[in-house]
Design a protein around this ligand. Structure first.
Ligand code: NDP
Length: 282
């Protein structure tokens, strides 16, 4: 009981000490959001639009991006431009950053959010898929961050990384995806320290999400697990606030923070829960 009470007090203290969010700070902000044709990225684009930001959105499907950009303008975005790109290609990640910097005259926020499609099933040895997914979900993040760093340094900007609880706790049925998210957390977690040690102007926020009700996630887990899914629009808003207030971490929903701590406190119970949260008959 004492332990639980201390955890609650610690969480309330962290919440109270978090800087408050000023929506006006995003008016006219120059923002690049990746993976913005659907899901959480699309919802982030709409929130930024309502805050009056200047947006560049990207994903592979141009027609869908065009529709999202039109909706952003109707919601109040000062600018909403789009560029179709494949993050599995060698040159597209840098091309997208160049496009955004040129069209917006600099960059205040780089929101790295895209992920390539990956099956929800036991890993059967498809090494090529792991290699490709690393390119899309990890190497393109590295390339884009490096390309944008100068602009972010000049604007005292923010790098926002959308990651997952599965980048902190390895999980079955998503071996390639989990691997890419661990790589993302490792790279940007280390870069966070280096930027702080160099007294850089750039803030890094790493956002750890639990299950979110996007179409792509729900298609995979429907009927397989009873883990609750949280709304994409709320997840998106929490990510934006975390970036705007320059906080290093977000856990959404809040209890993902406890779940993450539990893997070190009670590892065998955590493994038991993980292996028994899915309907699986070998
Ligand atoms: P979605 O699958 O809904 O969206 C993925 C986006 O990435 C789409 O816009 C897609 O557009 C784009 N994309 C896919 N492949 C490529 C590619 N090769 N090059 C460029 N863009 C590509 O994902 P979610 O919204 O569910 O997830 C968003 C983020 O949130 C991810 O980082 C994910 O890891 C994280 N997250 C999500 C959770 C969830 O339960 N939904 C849980 C934890 C974390 P297009 O097809 O047009 O290219």
């Amino acid at each position: 009981k004492i332990l639980l009470a201390s955890i609650c007090v610690a969480f309330i203290a962290v919440k109270w000490s978090a800087p408050s969010f000023n929506p006006e700070s995003l008016r006219g902000a120059r923002v690049l959001v990746t993976g913005a044709s659907t899901g959480i990225g699309e919802q982030m684009a709409y929130h930024y639009a309502r805050f009056g930001a200047q947006l560049v959105i990207t994903a592979r499907r141009e027609k869908v991006l065009q529709q999202v950009a039109e909706k952003c303008l109707s919601l109040g975005a000062q600018k909403a431009l789009y560029i179709a790109a494949d993050m599995g290609s060698e040159s597209d990640p840098e091309r997208v950053v160049d496009f955004a910097r040129e069209k917006l005259g600099g960059l205040d926020y780089l929101i790295l959010n895209h992920i390539g499609p990956s099956p929800f099933s036991m890993w059967e040895g498809n090494v090529e898929h792991v290699r490709w997914l690393m390119k899309v979900n990890f190497f393109s993040y590295v390339q884009m961050a490096w390309k944008a760093l100068d602009s972010l340094e000049q604007s005292k900007g923010s790098l926002v990384i959308v990651s997952s609880l599965l980048g902190k706790i390895p999980s079955p049925f998503v071996v390639p995806y989990t691997s890419t998210k661990f790589a993302v957390n490792g790279f940007f977690g280390a870069l966070y320290h280096e930027l702080a040690m160099r007294k850089s102007n750039v803030s890094i926020s790493i956002c750890t999400l639990g299950l979110i009700d996007t179409d792509s996630a729900m298609e995979k887990v429907r009927g397989v697990t009873d883990v609750p899914a949280y709304p994409a629009t709320d997840a998106a808003l929490n990510i934006i606030i975390t970036g705007a207030t320059r906080q290093p971490e977000l856990f959404y929903p809040w209890f993902t923070h406890i779940v993450n701590l539990s893997k070190d406190w009670i590892p065998s119970a955590t493994s038991y829960i993980i292996q028994n949260s899915y309907k699986y008959n070998p």
